[in-house]
Structures are given as structure tokens and as C-alpha cells.
Design a protein around this ligand. Structure first.
Ligand code: GLC
Length: 525
């Protein structure tokens, strides 16, 4: 695993949301033992790497993105020794391991935040976070008007009267990255995990670490003082030096929801991050011209800095794409409005999800597969309110149903819940219909989503490299060639179009002499 192949430039990376992947000890929550037992599923699928969402000790206010200790494993998930074993077992299957790092904030149970609370105003302990007096005569107004991305104010008051900043839940206080201690701490955390064999980090809220120290009020929707601040580049340059000091090719992947793609690409310069998720692709409505535009913009912005694009359709924060594509009209994802009330045509969504999978797998660059997407799972919309765990639900007073619906435990086998997830039930209820969507059922069905992903991931390895050249096959048809022997076409229009010439390598649905609506095809031609 120490070769310098640029593996990350074209890697297919599988995202594991640990508590919903597989439960090895029967407590209803996924864990490392569950992952270890299912590594063969991933090897058979044909992915190159796993990205684990946070596995650190956490009170789980935000599904583990509230980290209490950056150098250990959450006891619900396992132990540090087991994590090291898992890394070795993945490597033995030629699968690399990327872990989440959450540098923007800690859990309120982190020892540094506890120390800050105890030490009081003006103390060096409080300098590790953003503590400020409030506004108004008695300080009862928050220090500024920033909103938490999970709803409500971004400030919470502590008993001695000061307020602390949290861009997410009140149990996730933001670190003060102007304090050198925070920088040294995270540099050490990177080394801690590199020393244990991880191949890279997915950086949570990578655009948010540095704040404008004046903490100015903002107009609604303006994130300028806490997103994409120039000082971030210096942090990532330092991190990159640490990465490059380790053997093999280890990587840094940024989570950045920036509106301007060329701004995002600046983080991918040669001495900064290796790659970043492409969320414009994820939110793109089902329309040929819009997809062409987003693909063009992405490739152009990445080419400018010599970085590969990274395509993604779903993750643990967004409505699963079978459901998004099953809604008519512009269903572009928005963090605050998951459109739960709109009707869903699941057959339509599935057809489109199959076509989108072949598009994603054919595009130049790397891609992410979110656990369960390879089974064609959909968003579970009818979770009972009292079972919902995402803080987004509570912080918006139920206006936003939150992200639990894309985090329902994975069905592995059998006819009834928990479908082989574990022996002790599942922490969120699974739909009965998932009996037809278990990994076991789908492995036996050549027409399943799983079979399509397996075939696509396998064939993708042999696709020619090269730049993408658009083809004009009529309005509503997205088509391109890569190299001299590969043609891709996806028919977004309402009627069938003639199938382009060539030998069909793979298709997302039945094709004859025509390419039907919402169907994609790979051709050798
Ligand atoms: C990222 C994560 C999300 C988490 C948030 C706060 O957006 O993907 O799940 O809630 O950061 O850490």
C-alpha cells in the first residue's frame, strides 16, 4: 500500500456511517465489529477506500460529529485496538481507510470545554473557544446575530453570563483557530492516526475553521465571516506537509459547501488539500443542460489547479437520491428544507438513480458511494417524531425533519427487520419493503442496483483515461466520449432516442435500438 499511483485521483470511496452499517455486538447500533464482518461486501463491490464518519468517543448529540476525545474510539463502536485491526484487515483487501476529522468544534463534554466552563471569563481555557460577553444592558442578547446551521442562534449563554459560539448544535462549541494551541493539537491528532495506519482524512466543515475575529453581524444567509476565510489556506498547507512526511500517498479531502467553485478549487492547489466533495453535482436537478453545465464548471475549476473532481450523489446529510430524483420539478437540495412533504415516485427515482450511478462512475475523477446507495435505498420519511435523533429536528422545532431518514440501518439479509443488521434490532426502524433490498437478495439478482454498482465499479477500472468531449445527440441527451473507445449517453428527454453506435458495455435499464427516457448506457465505440 505504499505505491505512488495517485490512487486518490480516481478512487471510488465508500462512506460508512458506522452506527447504521452493521452491528456486531447485538446492541442495535452499528460498530467496528460489524464493519469487520462485512469487509467482504466492500471488497466484492469493488471500491478502493472507505471513509468512516467520526468514530471517536462522543455523547452522540450529532451522530458523533460532537467529539469528546480525538484520540480514541467510541465505546459503543469498539476499541482503539480494534480500529487498528480493522485498518489492517482493510489494507489486506487493498482497501484504504480515510477517517473523519472534526476540527471546527468539539463536544461540550470534551475536556477542554469542561475546563473552559470551570475556569471562567478571561481565562486561557476560554481562549480555546469563542467566549464573549452578551449585548444589551444586562448582556442578555447574543454577541452577534449569527445563526446556527442547525437552526436558532449560534450562541449559548453559560451561568456566569458569557456566551459561546457554536455554528452547529449548542453541544458543539467552535474552536478558536487563532489560538496556536488548537493548531498544535490538531497537527498532533493527524499524526496520531497516521501512525495507526490511516490513509487520509475527510475534513468536516473544512471551510469554517477560521472566523473573522471581529465577529461582525451578518445579513441573512451571509457566511463570509465564518466560511472560506483566507487564513484557512495556511492551516491546510501545514497539514499537507505532515501528510507528505508519511510514506505512501495519504490524502486530505475537504467538506466544503461553497457557492463559488473556483473559490473551492483554491483549496486544491498542489500544497493544500487533495480533493473536495462536489456538492453542486449532488444538488443538480434532473435536467441534461444543468448536468452538462455543472460537469463543465467542475472540470474546468479542477483543471485550473491540477486536481481531480470528486463526484457524490448522497451522504449522511442529504435526502437519499432515489427519493430526490423521484420528485418532479426542481428538487435541488437545501439544507433547511428537505421537501419531505412532496410526493415521491420511487420507481422513477430508482430509474434515475441507476442512470445517475452510471454517469457518476463514468466521469473523470473520483467518486463517493454512500452506504446503502448501492442497494438503491430510499429516504425513510415516516420515522416517528419521538424516534428522531438528529438535533436539526429539535432545533428547528420540527420544521426540518432532519437527517435521520438517510441514516436508517442497512438491510443485509433475511425477510424481516433488522434484516441481518445485527441480533439486537436496529436503532431506527427499517421499512418492511427492504426485504427485497437486502445485500443478500440483491447479490442474487442480476438486475438489482447492487449488481449494477458491482459491474460499473469493475468495468470502470478499464475505462480509458483522458478528457471528456461532449457529443450532440439531441436536446435532453447528455452524451460524451472519453478517449477513442468509450461513449456515454443518458437520455433525460421524455421520449426514446436512437442508441448511439457501439457495443453496449453496461446499461442502467433495458435498451434495444433506442435509449429510453431516464436511461444511461456505456458503449465501446
Ligand atoms: C458536517 C457533517 C454533518 C455534521 C456537521 C457538523 O456537515 O457532514 O453531519 O452535522 O458537519 O459537524
Amino acid at each position: 500500500m505504499t505505491d505512488n499511483t495517485g490512487w486518490w485521483r480516481s478512487a471510488a470511496i465508500y462512506q460508512i456511517y458506522i452506527r447504521s452499517f452493521a452491528d456486531g455486538n447485538g446492541d442495535g447500533v452499528g460498530d467496528l465489529a460489524g464493519v469487520r464482518a462485512r469487509l467482504d461486501h466492500l471488497a466484492d463491490l469493488g471500491i478502493d477506500a472507505i471513509w468512516f464518519t467520526p468514530w471517536y468517543p462522543s455523547p452522540m448529540d450529532d451522530g458523533g460529529y460532537d467529539v469528546a476525545d480525538f484520540r480514541d474510539i467510541e465505546p459503543l463502536f469498539g476499541t482503539l485496538a480494534e480500529a487498528e485491526q480493522l485498518i489492517a484487515e482493510a489494507h489486506a483487501r487493498d482497501i484504504r481507510v480515510i477517517i473523519d476529522i472534526v476540527p471546527n468544534h468539539a463536544s461540550d463534554e470534551h475536556r477542554w470545554f469542561q475546563a473552559a466552563l470551570a475556569a471562567g471569563p478571561g481565562s486561557p481555557e476560554r481562549q480555546r473557544f469563542w467566549f464573549r460577553p452578551g449585548r444589551g444592558p444586562d448582556g442578555s442578547e447574543p454577541p452577534n446575530n449569527w445563526k446556527s446551521r442547525f437552526g436558532g442562534s449560534a450562541w449559548t449563554r453559560v451561568p456566569d453570563g458569557e456566551w459561546y459560539l457554536h455554528l452547529y448544535s449548542s453541544r458543539q462549541p467552535d474552536f478558536n483557530w487563532d489560538n496556536p494551541e488548537i493548531r498544535t493539537e490538531f497537527e498532533d491528532v493527524l499524526r496520531f492516526w497516521f501512525d495507526r495506519g490511516v490513509d487520509g482524512f475527510r475534513i468536516d466543515v473544512a471551510d469554517g475553521l477560521v472566523k473573522d475575529p471581529a465577529l461582525p453581524d451578518v445579513a441573512d444567509g451571509d457566511e463570509t465571516p465564518f466560511s472560506d476565510q483566507e487564513g484557512l489556506h495556511e492551516i491546510y498547507r501545514t497539514w499537507r506537509k505532515i501528510v507528505d512526511s508519511y510514506p505512501g500517498e495519504r490524502v486530505l479531502v475537504g467538506e466544503m459547501w461553497l457557492a463559488d467553485m473556483s473559490r473551492a478549487a483554491r483549496y486544491l492547489r498542489r500544497d493544500e488539500l487533495h480533493s473536495a466533495f462536489n456538492f453542486d453535482f449532488l444538488v443538480c436537478p434532473w435536467d441534461a443542460a444543468r448536468f452538462r453545465d455543472v460537469i463543465d464548471r467542475t472540470l474546468r475549476a479542477h483543471d485550473e489547479v491540477g486536481a481531480p473532481a470528486a463526484w457524490v450523489l448522497s451522504n449522511h446529510d442529504v435526502t437519499r437520491h432515489v427519493t430526490r430524483y423521484g420528485r418532479e420539478g426542481d428538487t435541488g437540495f437545501s439544507f433547511a428544507n428537505r421537501l419531505h412533504e412532496l410526493p415521491v415516485d420511487r420507481a422513477l427515482g430508482t430509474r434515475r438513480a441507476r442512470a445517475a450511478a452510471l454517469l457518476t462512475l463514468a466521469l473523470p475523477g473520483g467518486l463517493y458511494v454512500y452506504q446503502g446507495e448501492e442497494l438503491g435505498l430510499w429516504e425513510v420519511l415516516d420515522i416517528a417524531d419521538e424516534l428522531r435523533q438528529d438535533p436539526v429536528w429539535a432545533r428547528t422545532g420540527g420544521k426540518d425533519p432532519g437527517r435521520d431518514g438517510c441514516r436508517v440501518p442497512i438491510p443485509w439479509s433475511g425477510d424481516e427487520p433488522p434484516f441481518g443488521f445485527g441480533s439486537g434490532g436496529a436503532w431506527l426502524p427499517q421499512p418492511e419493503e427492504w426485504k427485497a433490498y437486502t445485500a443478500a437478495a440483491e447479490a442474487a439478482d442480476p438486475d438489482s442496483m447492487l449488481s449494477l454498482y458491482r459491474a460499473g465499479l469493475r468495468l470502470r477500472r478499464d475505462l480509458p483515461a483522458g478528457s471528456l468531449e461532449w457529443l450532440s445527440l439531441g436536446e435532453g441527451v447528455l452524451a460524451f466520449r472519453i478517449g477513442t473507445e468509450f461513449t456515454f449517453a443518458l437520455n433525460f428527454s421524455a421520449s426514446p432516442v436512437p442508441l448511439p453506435a457501439g457495443e453496449v458495455l453496461l446499461a442502467s435499464g433495458p435498451v434495444g435500438t433506442e435509449l429510453p427516457t431516464d436511461t444511461a448506457v456505456w458503449l465501446k465505440s
